[in-house]
Design a protein around this ligand. Structure first.
Ligand SMILES: [Zn+2]
Length: 76
């Protein structure tokens, strides 16, 4: 399988998926994905996407809570 973006080779890997919901950053660790060795593009299987949505929007308690420093690159 090759990458849709750059044509590089994709390999099966576990990645950390992050999504920002309003003022909250949600992190899901150890998500299976195909990752491009060249540009880093990630592809998720449909069932993985469904589980991610259920995890992020669901009521499940997180395994742990991270404290996240936020920097503004545009700020002086
Ligand atoms: Zn690529």
């Amino acid at each position: 399988m090759t990458c849709d973006v750059c044509g590089g080779g994709m390999t099966e890997d576990r990645v950390t998926y992050t999504i920002q919901l309003d003022d909250k950053l949600v992190v899901v660790e150890h998500v299976p994905a195909k990752v491009c060795g060249q540009c880093g593009e990630r592809l998720y299987a449909p069932e993985t996407v469904e589980r991610l949505q259920n995890t992020v929007w669901g009521t499940q308690e997180p395994s742990r809570v991270l404290q996240t420093p936020v920097f503004d690159f545009a700020a002086k």
